[in-house]
Design a protein around this ligand. Structure first.
Ligand code: CO
Length: 496
């Protein structure tokens, strides 16, 4: 039995112009304590630490629009909660490309998702340089604040001021691959390390066959394990999931035609074509480098950007929960992403996959049909059985629409609970912060950077994860464009 709780009531639809406003570039960079009037409700005294969050801050360069939000320069937000007060700051990652383009006031690099230099195809053909835009995620690990973008090195920032130090090879650990995915996972209790937490991440070296590198780091960012595995075929892999013994990757069936990219007609990411009639390969890679027995299973699946979580039910049975699309969403050359026709897009839906390693089979089951994205779980349950999943979701139960709600899903009862910011509010990724000393899996807060179109500003909403009631709203001075991923640290960083 599924019940849906909704506050405020459903039915209010979004205004298209509102949604577009959320994609306006934000050039302001400020650091300030929120004053009393900007805080609605009370910040819990036990909520202490910093939410770091990344996303594209510029949707144009010198007035020339970029083609896809994924091509926008990364801007880092830091929201610090300390003693019932809140501090906000945001700053661009000073990448080499950002500095050069801002100094020249024009686009100097092609973007992976279709942004081209001015001057038509002749000025873009055979320019294969990538601009590391550092815009996808940000983590605080081993005393370093790292802005992540999957096809390049992390950028290291000063956590108090968000000043950019430059790219970071993690003490040489990733000097050879020069890439580090934007979706590291923290194993809260690594079996291979006597129960100590560790950071697990990967990178992809694409080609006719694909090499997947897996890295694991101690809490002080020392390399524990590093190994590479080659799989046949091209792969576009944005995210993965971990269990105590395995890394799980979905190799969606895609083809890559590099010719339009080489000729300056399309971005490299626009040359990826999803082949829905072919199966997805599930790659099961042991985390122990002494084991080389990579298993490959096949399943019918949609295109996957994000996995929610995975776990081991027994030695031969693994489970993974993922958001799947029936097609790879794309913005055609010559069109504007702000004119996106949502009704033509497939929704993201949550599926549960059960893998039998002995039989080599995969079963799948649809769990949530409502359009959803950006899954998150309690950090102590990463890689382990869990009950509650939190996601950003559409306000309406059917069709594809912008994310305006937060959804809680209970795997045990199938019940859902929804908090909606519609009609004029927009959500993004929820970040779960456990309540200190609590034992229940949903005892915590969800931090969500939302956009309020009625005031054209962003609001940090703190929800009680047990019932999705609003604990407090932090009304920021200005808007931050719709963004991507973030992480929480219990350390408090402020610049003022
Ligand atoms: Co992502």
């Amino acid at each position: 039995m599924t019940s849906t709780q909704q506050h405020p009531p459903a039915g209010a639809s979004m205004r298209f112009d509102d949604w577009r406003l959320g994609y306006e570039s934000q050039r302001r960079e400020e650091a300030y304590w929120l004053d009393r009037e900007a805080i609605v409700g009370t910040i819990p005294a036990e909520l202490q630490g910093t939410l770091f969050r990344n996303g594209p801050g510029l949707l144009d360069v010198g007035g020339t629009p970029i083609h896809h939000p994924f091509d926008g320069d990364g801007t880092i937000c830091a929201v610090t909660f300390r003693d019932g007060r809140a501090h906000f700051q945001n700053r661009f990652v000073r990448t080499e490309g950002f500095c050069a383009e801002q100094a020249g006031c024009r686009i100097l690099y092609r973007g992976v998702f279709g942004t081209q230099k001015p001057g038509g195809w002749t000025s873009n053909a055979f320019d294969f340089r990538l601009k590391n835009i550092a815009n996808t995620n940000v983590i605080y690990w081993g005393g370093k604040l790292l802005a992540l973008w999957e096809a390049g090195l992390p950028h290291c920032l000063e956590p108090g001021t968000l000043e950019t130090f430059g790219t970071d090879e993690l003490d040489g650990a990733i000097a050879d691959t020069c890439a580090f995915s934007a979706h590291p996972r923290v194993d809260p209790c690594s079996q291979l390390d006597g129960g100590a937490p560790c950071l697990v991440n990967f990178c992809i070296k694409p080609g006719l066959s694909t090499t997947i590198w897996v890295y694991e780091f101690t809490t002080d960012c020392q390399l524990l394990r590093k190994h590479a595995h080659s799989v046949p075929g091209f792969a576009f892999i944005h995210d993965f999931a971990i269990t105590p013994n395995y890394c799980l990757f979905f190799q969606n069936s895609v083809s890559f035609n590099p010719i339009p990219f080489a000729l300056g007609l399309r971005g490299a990411g626009e040359c990826v074509k999803f082949q829905p009639q072919k199966p997805t390969r599930v790659l099961v890679v042991p985390r122990d480098p002494a084991r080389q027995d990579v298993k490959v299973l096949e399943v019918e699946a949609g295109f996957v950007f994000h996995h929610a979580n995975a776990c081991e039910l027994d030695e031969q049975t693994l489970r993974i929960d993922s958001i799947c699309y029936a097609d790879f969403p794309k913005v055609e050359p010559g069109s504007d992403f702000r004119d996106l026709d949502f009704s033509a897009l497939a929704p993201g839906q949550l599926w549960r996959f059960t893998l039998n390693l002995n039989a080599g089979t995969v079963d799948r089951q649809l769990a949530i049909a409502r359009h959803c994205e950006f899954p998150c779980v309690h950090p102590q349950h990463v890689g382990r059985p869990y009950r509650y999943l939190f996601l950003a979701a559409a306000d309406r139960p059917t069709g594809t629409a912008p994310l305006q709600a937060i959804l809680k899903y209970d795997w045990e009862t199938g019940e859902t609970c929804l908090w909606s910011a519609a009609p004029r509010g927009y959500t993004g990724e929820p970040v779960f912060v456990p309540m200190p000393d609590a034992t229940e899996e949903d005892a915590g807060w969800l931090l969500v950077l939302t956009y309020d179109a009625s005031a054209h500003r962003s609001v940090v909403v703190v929800l009680d994860a047990r019932d999705l009631s609003v604990v407090t709203d932090l009304r920021l001075k200005y808007h931050i464009p719709f963004g991507l991923h973030g992480t929480w640290t219990p350390e408090c960083f402020v610049s003022t």
